[in-house]
Design a protein around this ligand. Structure first.
Ligand SMILES: [Ca+2]
Ligand SMILES: [Ca+2]
Ligand SMILES: [Ca+2]
Length: 335
């Protein structure tokens, strides 16, 4: 419940580290774009907005035809096609504006890479049909029937200069993405091994692994029934905890995969921090140990996180002055 503050030697102005989320679901085409992909994305979007307190502008959505009125989705009950709703959380406001084509994915990721800084963190969720070619390279079938290869996604993510990246890939053969995406300060979760298919839930219109993974992050299922994946009870569901929960609850014939570099990152990286989202301070401490300090809301150095929390608690209105989804509040030392 405390704000953790450390100074950044590189920055001369106030910066706010935050997580930016990118949700991608191509679906290939109208015939193949299952309603459950939309459900996976909408559940995750609601989780990020309502449970993890992401601001709207901190989520990029690239979903099938981009919210255009044409029918682009095969209904789960087999009754035909529909347009995938552009309003993911049912609040009456359109959320989806961008199609999940190769061109748009590249353009959006390149734009984001130019905007995010070393104080920021990136989260990428990729759900789709997946394939594997003769060279054992995995890919996702994005909108328009094009292939987004693991190698291409790796290139796009390498353009980012963020502090850390969390990635969830849920397609068939998604485990094949791990080798290409592995890098320092990345934690990667895949729904199956590189030579396996990944499956839908048998009893609900979602995909099995990502359904349980999102339940873990949300702390509840889409109907509001409580889920507890916070194994160590510290109030944060980390990538490691969410993966363990989803793997344990996965009822299909698939072998979920996990990679964290360094290993401790996935045990700290969380989208569900109480006050906004983010990784906890201990990882930052190890990364920025020399420059690490705690500050209260007035920018005065204090000794411990508890001191920072006490100062915070004395200012009940101060909460509103922060962005809805800070990961860590960072001030320069001179503040
Ligand atoms: Ca549509
Ligand atoms: Ca909406
Ligand atoms: Ca925990």
């Amino acid at each position: 419940m405390y704000f953790v503050v450390f100074c950044c030697a590189l920055s001369a102005q106030e910066t706010t580290g935050r997580v930016h989320a990118v949700i991608i679901s191509g679906g290939m085409n109208k015939l193949m774009n299952h309603e459950r992909y939309w459900n996976d994305c909408a559940f995750l979007y609601r989780t990020l907005r309502q449970d993890c307190r992401f601001a709207r502008q901190d989520i990029t959505l690239l979903i099938s035809d981009g919210g255009e009125p044409e029918r682009d989705m095969l209904l789960a009950d087999g009754s035909g096609f529909a347009t995938s709703p552009a309003d993911l959380d049912g609040d009456g406001e359109r959320d989806v504006w961008l199609p999940a084509t190769i061109a748009q994915i590249e353009s959006s990721l390149n734009e984001l890479a130019a905007q995010l800084t070393t104080n920021d963190h990136l989260f990428v969720f990729l759900m789709d049909h997946g394939g594997r070619d003769d060279n054992q390279q995995s890919y996702a079938w994005v909108w328009g029937g094009e292939r987004l290869y693991d190698t291409r996604l790796a290139q796009l993510l390498d353009n980012f200069h963020v502090a850390s990246t969390g990635i969830v890939v849920g397609m068939c053969y998604s485990g094949g993405f791990i080798e290409e995406l592995q890098a320092d300060n990345r934690v990667i979760v895949a729904s199956c091994a590189d030579n396996e298919q990944s499956w839908a839930c048998r009893d609900k219109p979602y995909d099995e692994f990502v359904y349980h993974w999102t339940c873990a992050i949300a702390g509840h299922d889409p109907d509001g029934n409580a889920v507890s994946a916070d194994t160590d009870g510290d109030g944060y569901v980390t990538m490691s905890e969410a993966f363990s929960y989803a793997r344990q609850h996965d009822r299909r014939e698939e072998t979920p995969q996990y990679s964290s570099t360094p290993l401790a990152l996935g045990e700290q990286w969380s989208l569900s921090k109480h006050l906004g989202n983010g990784i906890s301070e201990s990882w930052v401490e190890s990364k920025e140990e020399r420059d690490y300090k705690y500050y209260d809301l007035l920018g005065r150095a204090v000794a411990t996180p508890l001191d920072a929390e006490r100062k915070y608690l004395k200012k009940p209105n101060a909460k509103q002055s922060f962005r809805p989804s800070p990961i860590i509040i960072i001030y320069p030392q001179s503040r």
